[in-house]
Write a protein that binds this ligand. Structure first.
Ligand SMILES: Nc1ncnc2c1ncn2[C@@H]1O[C@H](COP(=O)(O)OP(=O)(O)O)[C@@H](O)[C@H]1O
Ligand SMILES: [Mg+2]
Ligand SMILES: [Zn+2]
Length: 266
């Protein structure tokens, strides 16, 4: 920004003498400008239009950097809050390589789900992943979480179902947080993933809590992804008809994951 020094109006105020001159600018043609004498030395003539354009551009770039920085910070915060487990930090839709037809289908649906997430979110469309261990169910769910955070700045949360239930249960022992507060915290994220639902304990109380969480999200039309290592046909009887039908509303899908354990193939 050499030019600014020479024609900055504030420099002109300190000048011992000024003189009007014309110069030929490559971009603006013949322009009128001033040269200044400061400490007995005359400044070189410079184009005022170029100077203003440079300033404008510089301000714009600074503003863009600031909004980019802000946006990145927001995404980093959302990612931190999502509690993506360390093992799945690098899981993406791109690095999932399907091992069979069911996984190819699942990947396709997951990609579509992300591409159209604004609509899916507004309809509260849920997904259920059911099938063999090591077929990448948890991988894909975390990949979806990351994508909706990065692409839409949505809030998201990954929890094992047992951890979600424990959070609500723990609220019974504190004065500051009621059960409803704990459930509200699970309703808040735009997308919630509950993993390994079959590992929640079998008691009627736990089932009721699990229902309360999903029902609260259902009432707010917020999508949830449910993951289980149970087979599709065992899933519905595990969940019960009331939850199952809520999860399937608005084109909610159950995706089968057959195929072999990826861990033993590596
Ligand atoms: N098709 C796949 N492509 C790439 N990585 C995979 C695939 N399936 C599984 N993995 C990886 O294998 C490990 C186990 O997968 P995971 O998602 O935990 O399976 P599941 O939840 O179905 O038991 C993870 O590290 C995951 O990233
Ligand atoms: Mg898993
Ligand atoms: Zn110019």
């Amino acid at each position: 920004m050499e030019a600014c020094k020479k024609i900055d109006i504030f420099n002109a105020l300190n000048a011992e003498e000024t003189r009007d001159v014309t110069l030929k600018c490559d971009r603006h043609g013949i322009v009128k400008t001033k040269i200044l004498k400061v400490k007995n030395t005359w400044s070189k003539p410079a184009c005022g239009k170029c100077f203003r354009e440079e300033m404008k551009l510089k301000n714009l770039q600074e503003q863009q950097n600031l909004t980019q920085e802000k946006q990145q910070k927001k995404i980093d915060d959302l990612l931190a809050k999502a509690l993506i487990p360390r093992r799945y930090k690098s899981a993406t839709l791109k690095n999932y390589s399907p091992g069979d037809k069911t996984q190819t289908h699942a990947l396709k649906i997951c990609k579509r789900y992300v591409e159209t997430f604004k609509i899916r979110h507004s309809e509260g469309m849920c997904l259920q992943f059911a099938g063999n261990v090591g077929t990448g169910k948890t991988h894909l769910a975390n990949a979806i979480l990351r994508a909706v955070i990065e692409q839409y700045s949505c809030s998201a949360l990954f929890l094992k179902a047992s951890a979600a239930v424990n959070r609500v249960n723990a609220s019974f022992n504190t004065d500051s947080q009621t059960k409803q507060d704990a459930i509200n915290a699970l309703v808040e994220p735009d997308l919630l993933v509950l993993d390994e639902i079959e590992k929640t304990n079998d008691s009627a109380a736990t089932k009721k809590l699990f229902f309360d969480i999903l029902d609260a999200r259902y009432d707010e039309i917020k999508p949830t992804i449910i993951i289980t290592n149970l087979a599709n046909k065992e899933l519905e009887s595990f969940l019960g008809a009331a939850i199952s039908s809520r999860l399937k509303e608005n084109r909610g899908l159950v995706l089968d994951f057959l195929g072999d354990d990826y861990r033993t193939k590596k």
